[in-house]
Design a binder for this molecule. Structure first.
Ligand code: HEM
Ligand code: HEM
Length: 275
């Protein structure tokens, strides 16, 4: 029955029920939920740099606790889901039993977009966040163009990091792959959890997941466009807005005075009279 009798595949087959449910759950909460909020936050830049900066201040308000939240609620589930996904794709049986109504092409794309997401997210997080915020690590990767996002200069550092065409093209493919992966993943998750069993129920679920996918694609492409569009290129103007917001936010006690999260510390004038 099985093609390779490695200890890994024996373990997988014995615990397939639990592994698939854990994998599925992580894909929806927290990852799916995070992605919806994340893309919406980034799309807010379409309105104005102020709107985006306010959202980023709020996200960074946990201060020193933020790495704990990022690793506990985003990175660890992401790595777990990715490792289990690769394992399922390599070890699990294709389209057997519970998947008999599944459209084979969509099922293949689910796996293909999973692999695209793996490559995309590895480099996306390295590119903007950096993965780790230890000084030694940041000192090594920042000069080669990684960890380039600074939360207190949110719009300007994001737009700056998206110059040229390579990153924008990479992001467009990555975002669309993630959107497909989540929307189609919600459909297959409905099968994992026994929500839509009959062909009629599955046809209705297809319509629902397509609608979710289109909506998310619009939000995702808006986020992408906000970061790469030629209109978003007035970085100097954005920096002025960000400096002004930073000074008032620090004065009001809304953000901690953290130079690490800014691009140019020397532009801050504690007296408030920057030129
Ligand atoms: C980091 C790279 C990722 C990899 C390698 C990956 C891999 C996979 C694979 C291979 C599957 C299909 C499993 C099967 O054959 O049954 C899958 C399903 C799924 N993935 Fe991912 N994924 C990744 C990221 C994500 C992200 C970021 C999200 C959410 C935004 C997500 C949400 C889902 C959902 C909801 C499912 C459906 C689970 C089910 O059928 O019960 N995945 N993933
Ligand atoms: C145009 C699309 C996107 C833009 C402009 C964008 C922007 C950003 C920015 C600016 C950061 C750094 C945040 C920080 O360090 O505070 C970030 C981090 C991150 N992004 Fe994206 N992103 C996009 C698409 C996606 C997609 C589709 C996913 C899939 C789930 C994703 C997942 C993440 C994760 C996991 C992090 C690291 C955790 C964090 O810092 O919040 N991003 N992104």
């Amino acid at each position: 029955m099985s093609t390779s009798e490695t200890p890994g595949s024996a373990f997988f087959l014995r615990h397939e029920f639990g592994i698939r449910r854990l994998h599925s759950l992580l894909g929806i909460v927290p990852l799916g939920l995070y992605m919806v909020v994340h893309l919406t936050t980034n799309a807010s830049l379409l309105n104005a740099p102020e709107t985006f900066q306010r959202a980023v201040y709020m996200i960074h308000s946990p201060g020193k606790l933020l790495p704990l939240i990022e690793w506990g609620l985003i990175f660890t589930p992401l790595i777990f889901h990715a490792v289990l996904g690769v394992w399922i794709a390599r070890t699990g049986k294709i389209n057997s039993g519970q998947y008999r109504y599944t459209n084979n092409k969509r099922y293949t794309w689910q796996r293909v977009t999973g692999f695209i997401a793996l490559v995309y997210l590895f480099f996306h997080i390295l590119h903007l966040h950096g993965w780790f915020h230890a000084d030694l690590w940041l000192g090594a990767i920042r000069p080669i163009g990684f960890a380039s996002f600074r939360p207190y200069n949110a719009a300007s550092t994001l737009v700056d990091a998206m110059q040229g065409w390579v990153w924008p093209a990479f992001y467009l493919v990555g975002v669309l792959a993630c959107v497909y992966h989540l929307a189609n993943g919600l459909w297959t998750a409905g099968i994992t959890w026994g929500l839509w069993i009959s062909p009629a129920a599955q046809a209705r679920a297809t319509k629902l997941c397509t609608a979710i996918g289109i909506l998310l694609a619009v939000i995702g492409v808006s986020a992408w466009w906000a970061a790469v569009s030629p209109g978003a290129n007035d970085i100097a103007e954005m920096r002025k807005v960000e400096d002004r917001m930073y000074q008032s936010a620090v004065a009001a006690g809304m953000v901690d005075d953290n130079p690490e999260k800014r691009i140019e510390v020397e532009t801050v004038d504690p007296g408030g009279a920057s030129p």
